[in-house]
Design a protein around this ligand. Structure first.
Ligand SMILES: *Cc1c(COP(=O)(O)O)cnc(C)c1O
Length: 383
């Protein structure tokens, strides 16, 4: 069998046609296509506003800035995520405070949040890890009891829901990524969803230098001077990114169904392998199936990843916990055993290929190879 890459995008003629439309016009930066994408994505999520930006990292940073969270403030989040979840907090000037995760899902453990709240706590950033949404009703109740904001890191969870509640509904904002390997992609890109009208307005200023007019406004309305009422950053999504995303919205649920079927097949086949386990999916969850994570013994995990690569199968680790990266150890004094569940997952997890154009035979092939590798590397308990 051919190579099975870890990820493959499914962009094609429709995206090329949409980008061609942008290039034949004159507004390459934020304009008509961005407005259309924002409107259509807001409709998909069932939220009042979407603000297009250049990354999820930028979306998280802007959400914190728009909520006036910065120096001296603490923000609670999970150590089991991509580093950007925590670096955005630092970028805003605040301090990340980690809360350990649930062993069986990898999501932040809601039971442990209250004991991490201090008078400086201003917000919670949950991550809907691998595509499985956190229980937002319970999290909102905890946040409300302590007057905290919620910013959802929904980079893995565009299509997901918990008890029918989608990202952006109960959070003050939800932040999305359209990075190269995400469920829809523009190479780089991101978005913020919110139901708060005033916050949406502020986010639109903040993503564009704090300027009260854009080039698109001047094109439509004729020239007039702009002012800079507040300090802002440069995070506005451009028309080329929006053009790449628009056609993908049309097939977003069809692609989810394909990934869900593939994930289901993985779960069925992986049950038969000793030494491999999967994460629980809660019955209340509509899973976005962004990643296909599995767990093996920490003693063999790195060798399993390498052996898959040697056989032409892509696999990566999502994630080694944030607090154990050198910068975080040095700056905050984190050590091993501080967040035990996150560390146990970080030492044993790896992600297998999962994307809409992956074929069922390829899943069978990956599982077969994985089974042989694990059987060979695993210490035999009978010896
Ligand atoms: C990809 C990712 C991000 C960062 O997204 P960018 O668009 O690359 O900034 C943040 N959080 C999580 C959980 C991610 O997977």
């Amino acid at each position: 069998m051919d190579q099975v890459p870890f990820f493959q995008h499914d962009l094609g003629e429709e995206e090329i046609a949409e980008v061609r439309k942008v290039l034949s016009g004159n507004i390459l930066t934020t304009g008509q296509q961005v407005l259309e994408f924002e409107a259509q994505f807001a409709e998909y999520l069932g939220v009042n506003h979407v603000v297009g930006v250049t990354s999820c990292t930028g979306a998280l940073h802007l959400s914190l800035a728009a909520l006036d969270i910065g120096n001296g403030d603490e923000v609670i989040t999970t150590p089991l995520s991509f580093i950007a979840t925590a670096t955005a907090i630092i970028q805003a000037g605040a301090t990340p405070v980690f809360v350990d995760v649930e062993r069986h899902t990898g999501n932040i453990d809601l039971k442990r949040i209250e004991s991490a709240i201090t008078p400086r706590t201003k917000a919670i950033i949950p991550v809907h890890l691998y595509g499985q949404m956190v229980d937002m009703l319970r999290l909102r109740a905890i946040a409300d009891a302590h007057s905290l904001h919620i910013i959802e890191d929904s980079a893995h969870c565009i299509e997901g829901a918990y008890q029918q509640i989608k990202p952006g509904t109960l959070g003050d904002t939800a932040c999305f990524s359209f990075y190269a390997t995400k469920n829809i992609t523009s190479g780089e890109g991101g978005a913020i969803a919110t139901n708060n009208d005033a916050l949406a307005k502020k986010l639109k200023l903040l993503r564009h230098h704090g300027m009260d007019k854009t080039a698109f406004d001047r094109e439509k309305e004729g020239y007039s001077h702009w002012d800079m009422p507040i300090f802002g950053w440069k995070y506005n999504m451009d028309n080329i990114q929006a053009a790449l995303l628009l056609p993908q919205l049309n097939r977003i649920d069809a692609n989810l169904r394909k990934r869900a079927a593939l994930a289901h097949l993985y779960y069925e086949r992986l049950k038969e392998i000793d030494g491999v386990s999967t994460f629980d999916i809660k019955p209340e969850v509509r899973h976005a199936h962004h990643l296909m994570p599995i767990r093996v013994s920490p003693a063999i995990r790195d060798r399993v990843v390498m052996a898959l690569h040697e056989r032409g199968i892509g696999a990566v680790v999502n994630y080694r916990p944030i607090h154990l990266h050198a910068y975080f150890r040095e700056k905050y004094g984190f050590e091993n055993r501080h967040y035990v569940a996150a560390e146990e997952i970080g030492d044993s997890v790896l992600s297998l290929p999962l994307y809409p154009n992956l074929r069922h035979e390829q899943v069978e092939h990956v599982v077969e190879r994985l089974s042989t590798i694990v059987n060979t590397l695993q210490p035999n308990p009978n010896l």
